[in-house]
Unconditional design. Structure first.
Length: 89
């Protein structure tokens, strides 16, 4: 959580200098949160049914989609809007 908070706090200043770096920092911090949750899932899945709860199932599915992307199908909203002028469309 700390890394995401720090990336979010620095985002507005950094985007004025290097928008791509600012967006990539946010995306990497978000992916780190998903990876941390997945580590918790790996350790505790025998004692808790993560897929019987919508919120925890969504986090696992989202992490797997982001983690196993080897194609351009998955890109962050930040990249689409911030880097590709999506806000102008």
């Amino acid at each position: 959580m700390r890394l995401y908070g720090e990336a979010h706090m620095r985002f507005h200043k950094l985007k004025l200098v290097d928008g791509e770096e600012a967006i990539n920092n946010l995306d990497c911090a978000f992916e780190a949160k998903l990876e941390a949750f997945h580590s918790l899932y790996d350790v505790t899945q025998d004692g808790f049914d993560y897929f019987s709860h919508g919120d925890t199932a969504l986090l696992i599915l989202l992490r797997n989609a982001v983690h196993h992307r080897n194609h351009l199908l998955f890109k962050s909203w930040n990249q689409d809007i911030g880097l590709n002028n999506g806000y102008k469309k």
